[in-house]
Design a protein around this ligand. Structure first.
Ligand code: HCA
Ligand code: CU
Length: 397
């Protein structure tokens, strides 16, 4: 399958609400859902309506807004949860039940046979009540579940012919791209269903795992804005977009309004009271900052030399840092031109040497460098003659 036929299930308002800093009000949820829909995600997943009274009313409210994204809600594999979810008016219901020995023993206490039994009951019930509803069934902690157990469960669920999508969840972030690829490929071969992947990031593999799932034929990937979720979260929307853009920029540009990504990040960051991490994919403050002189020179000639993502596609700009000892004269020349200063190559090289020497002794700011460039240009122009660069160095020292 080409890596263009996929959908994002944006779970900031479900998994993201499980982030320790998230306390979304009803108004916050409406605002975030609107921003996600404007960005263009195909699905928005909402917290279980059984979680609290406002979770229930917010779910119904957002489902009634006719947003461009489909609205999903997320429930445990319980009959009572299913009844309540059906009442929300959501376009789809995501049902999940743990299959690893950890969760079977220490969470819900059911055997695999009992898991199959309750899943059959709940899924058949939902489908009988609302055949038009998009129904997904997932196992929780899929990657620490015995493969034989998993396949028994998925095949039994598949035989019901009521489910649109099977989900696999790396609940604890233990999976590797290779393991995800193999499991998704196996499910693709054994079933006709669409496949969803949900990956936690405890060991830093969430984006790579999501990508491996797509390569193996997964059709839906779960994300949250800034990756927020339980513990250190899941695949971030921005990380997945960056990864997919690197493979096929046109598909990502067509599907999503990339210029809105930064504002969407800022909105969620403000609501959960964190900063966008400096090194975050696309939207982090250093994501398009270049430093070393060798990089800066090449970037100024052709940005593709050191950029796989074009900041302009995201409404952002690159920045070349020059106030440090690794700087180079091409970058300094670029800055001088921005300041409207004329310096010949010999003077640019000399002033660059000067910046490096200064930076060996103290941390410089861009203002320090700008001031130096102005002084240097004044000295050159003020001299009225072709002063030697050594003279200039002496003058501004
Ligand atoms: C949870 C667990 C879950 C479910 C994922 C899914 C996980 O908090 O309910 O339904 O696909 O990581 O296993 O988020
Ligand atoms: Cu999760």
């Amino acid at each position: 399958m080409p890596l263009t036929d996929f959908s994002i299930i944006e779970s900031t308002l479900r998994e993201g609400e499980q982030f320790v800093g998230a306390e979304f009000t009803s108004q916050d949820k409406v605002e975030i859902a609107g921003a996600l829909a404007d960005f263009g995600v195909e699905y928005i997943e909402l917290t279980s309506p059984c979680a609290s009274p406002s979770s229930r009313t917010d779910c119904a409210r957002i489902a009634s807004l006719s947003l461009a994204s489909k609205i999903l809600t997320h429930i445990r594999c319980h009959m009572e949860d299913a009844r309540i979810a059906l009442d929300t008016g959501a376009d789809g219901i995501d049902v999940v039940i743990g299959t690893s020995s950890y969760l079977r023993e220490f969470s819900h206490g059911k055997s695999i046979d009992q898991v199959i039994e309750v899943a059959s009951e709940v899924l058949t019930f939902i489908h009988s009540q609302a055949p038009e509803i998009e129904l997904r069934f997932s196992t929780e902690d899929s990657f620490r579940s015995a493969q034989a157990d998993l396949l028994r469960v998925y095949l039994a669920v598949g035989e019901l012919e009521v489910v649109d999508r099977l989900g696999v969840a790396d609940t604890v972030g233990v999976a590797t791209p290779h393991g995800v690829f193999n499991l998704v490929r196996t499910l693709r071969q054994l079933t006709q269903s669409d496949i969803e992947f949900h990956g936690h990031n405890d060991t830093g593999c969430a984006i790579a795992n999501s990508y491996a799932a797509l390569e193996a034929g997964a059709t839906h990937i779960d994300t949250t804005v800034l990756g927020i979720g339980e513990r250190n979260g899941i695949t971030s929307l921005e990380g997945l977009i960056a990864r997919l853009y690197a493979t096929n920029p046109d598909s990502v540009r067509t599907k999503y309004r990339l210029h809105q990504l930064h504002d969407l990040n800022q909105l969620v960051a403000d609501k959960v009271e964190i900063e966008i991490p400096f090194n975050h994919y696309i939207t982090g403050v250093t994501a398009f900052t270049h430093k070393a002189g060798i990089h800066a020179k090449a970037i100024l000639n052709n940005p593709e030399t050191y950029e796989i993502l074009d900041p302009a596609d995201f409404g952002l700009t690159r920045y070349i840092s020059i106030a440090h000892k690794l700087t180079g004269w091409n970058a300094v020349q670029d800055r001088a031109a921005q300041l409207g200063l004329e310096l010949d190559p010999a003077n640019l090289r000399a002033v660059t040497r000067h910046i490096k020497a200064m930076a060996d002794h103290k941390r410089l700011t861009l203002s320090d460098v700008d001031e130096l460039l102005h002084q240097w240009a004044d000295a050159v122009n003020g001299s009225g003659e072709e002063a030697s660069t050594a003279t200039q160095e002496a003058r501004v020292a």
